[in-house]
Design a binder for this molecule. Structure first.
Ligand code: ADP
Length: 576
């Protein structure tokens, strides 16, 4: 297939991904970019004594799946593979111990990672509480929230020169003495803007919320209880703030640790910025996503997944991502060491809702949930098969002994295989296709044409195809849809098309959560998903969503109520 990229895709690639000369002139075509990436990543097979012919064949396969837009690695791999920088991972977690040395080392490490296009997550839970004493100076500690502001300012300063603006996740355990300060620290949405924040809640806490009991706040240094709070009051404040402007999110930290594949290496305390990748301190992870929209085929006049090609792509993608670990140049030796102990990778999907619509399956239907289960269990199972094969040839991940897989003799090359990323930018590059597992945001958009300032209408491609097929595609109708945002009330659009083309705001929070939960069931790491609410949703609605996500086995939850923030950090499609 000849490479056919959309106008938006080309724009994004030219801005940040393609090589430029010293005058800023683009000197690489998208095809050359894919060749550069395929070559650099296939080269890792040399470490495993593959022949030059094998490597050339593999390079061709890697190139083809990217050229077909069937698979995309995360942005840093596209930008940096085969170039001097060669930092290829999107996700990092750094430790912060309770000392000035550790805090400011971590800030320096963060700057280095942001410069190379990676995002960082931290737990601030080890820092002593605000107003506790500092022994060496007799002064008073300023606490986690004030240090978060220092990280935020450093991120702000670095973002001008880096490959993309930096992104952070800040986590605090619900039993930290400063938890109430933390929950409200982004109440004013002008502050700490380079962070997403989440409260790490424990099973004990959730039980006490249900029973309306008190729980202990623990001093991170002495590990002694210093105060008690009513679990319900803390939970209510979280719900109220999330309703107000979407922050903080919540992560179920005990659940995450129950799934920690390598408990002997330590506990998981944080995730990457968008929450989909829990990692140990100093671990990094590279992600890649399969574009399900590109894997449809027509049979008997209907669209369905091309399962044979999907299987091939899963195997190739796991091979690709395992190779990335070997050719990656890590920003720190500690990260190099830790990443190679577990060899975590995160294979996920994008184009899910575009594919559903093309198959005429409504996102908010039992049929869609059943298909999600079928697709993701298939991806997880095939990814594991490839990882087992790789382990036979290359060895298991070094921390395999003592891992949760040892008991069942599941000798894997990678401690985790699957992650559902937001795919904010790569879905534009591979697209247009919907991002991650999110529903379509809109069917038609109005855009100003930069050249002559005329209004342009952009139509979701699956929608355009279906409407054209039925002879219903007119500019006038598209303009009307762009104005309305949804086709649910439009009699001009046939009923079955209206059902298949539900957009984010047509879908109830319950269905959003059901979809997240079903994907989580077959995902080793976590799922990036925003649960969208109407502007007029109540605090009650948000509380119910949190409880539902907990009951359905999600690892965390991020909600967003329409128009509740003037600007959004890392909102889909707006990153640069
Ligand atoms: P992409 O589509 O560019 O590959 P995603 O939207 O899938 O990226 O995000 C995946 C992860 O990449 C995020 O969770 C985060 O760790 C990292 N990331 C995303 N955007 C940024 C950014 N602007 N700066 C730093 N890291 C980022």
């Amino acid at each position: 297939m000849a490479l056919k990229l959309s106008e938006n895709s080309l724009k994004v690639l030219e801005k940040r991904y393609l090589k430029k000369d010293e005058n800023g002139k683009v000197v690489e075509t998208p095809q050359e970019m894919f060749t550069r990436v395929a070559k650099a990543i296939a080269a890792a097979d040399r470490l495993y004594r593959k022949t030059e012919d094998d490597i050339a064949a593999l390079e061709h396969k890697f190139f083809t799946m990217m050229e077909n837009l069937e698979f995309m690695p995360n942005s840093p791999t596209l930008m940096n593979a085969g170039r001097d920088l060669s930092q290829l991972s999107a996700c990092f977690v750094l430790p912060i111990e309770d000392s000035m040395d550790s805090i400011f080392d971590s800030i320096k490490f963060t700057a280095l990672i942001h410069k190379s296009g990676g995002g960082t997550g931290f737990s601030f839970s080890r820092l002593r509480a605000r107003s506790s004493t500092v022994r060496s100076t007799g002064g008073i500690a300023s606490g986690p929230v004030s240090f978060m502001k220092v990280f935020d300012a450093a991120t702000q300063a670095v973002k001008q020169g880096g490959t993309r603006r930096g992104a952070n996740m800040g986590i605090l355990r619900v039993d930290h003495p400063d938890i109430m300060d933390f929950i409200v620290c982004k109440e004013n949405d002008k502050e700490i803007n380079n962070f997403n924040i989440s409260v790490a809640v424990t099973e004990d806490f959730m039980r006490k919320v249900t029973k309306d009991e008190e729980y202990d706040l623990i001093d991170p240094n002495t590990h002694k209880a210093v105060h008690r709070l009513k679990a319900k009051e803390v939970f209510e404040l979280m719900v109220k703030m999330a309703h107000k402007n979407g922050e903080p999110g919540i992560i179920f930290i005990d659940r995450i640790n129950n799934n920690n594949p390598t408990p002997l290496l330590g506990k998981i305390e944080s995730t990457n910025p968008c929450g989909e990748q829990p990692l140990l301190p100093f671990e990094s992870c590279n992600l890649g996503s399969i574009n399900l929209y590109a894997l449809l085929k027509k049979a008997d006049g209907k669209f369905e997944f091309d399962w044979d090609r999907l299987k091939e792509i899963i195997h190739l993608s796991v091979h690709f991502l395992d190779n990335v670990i070997d050719v990656n140049k890590y920003p720190l030796s500690q990260i190099d060491k830790m990443t190679k102990q577990t060899r975590k990778i995160g294979l996920g999907i994008m184009g899910w809702s575009s594919a559903l619509a093309k198959m005429m399956i409504p996102y908010d239907s039992d049929e869609a949930i059943a298909l999600a289960e079928k697709v993701m269990s298939f991806i997880q199972a095939e990814a594991r098969k490839e990882s087992l094969d790789l382990a036979r040839a290359r060895g298991t991940f070094p921390a395999y002994k003592g891992s949760i897989f040892e008991a069942s003799n599941l000798r894997l090359r990678n401690a985790t295989l699957t992650t559902i990323a937001p795919t904010g930018t790569i879905s534009i590059i591979a697209g247009p296709c919907s991002s991650g597992i999110e529903p379509m945001f809109a069917l038609c958009y109005q855009r100003a044409n930069v050249l002559d300032n005329a209004r342009m209408i952009e139509v979701e491609p699956a929608f355009k195809d279906v409407m054209e097929e039925k002879g219903l595609y007119t500019r006038k109708l598209m303009e009307k849809i762009a104005e309305k945002g949804s086709v649910q009330e439009m009699k001009e659009v046939p009923e079955d098309i209206r059902r298949a083309f539900v957009t984010s705001h047509d879908i109830t929070p319950e269905w959003h959560i059901k979809m997240q939960a079903v994907f989580q069931k077959f995902t080793d790491n976590a799922v990036s998903k925003t649960i969208n609410f109407h502007e007029d949703a109540s605090i009650d609605d948000v509380r119910k969503a949190y409880m539902l996500a907990y009951e359905m086995g999600c690892k965390g939850l991020t909600i967003y109520r329409d128009k509740s923030r003037s600007e959004q950090v890392l909102s889909v499609g707006t990153k640069d």
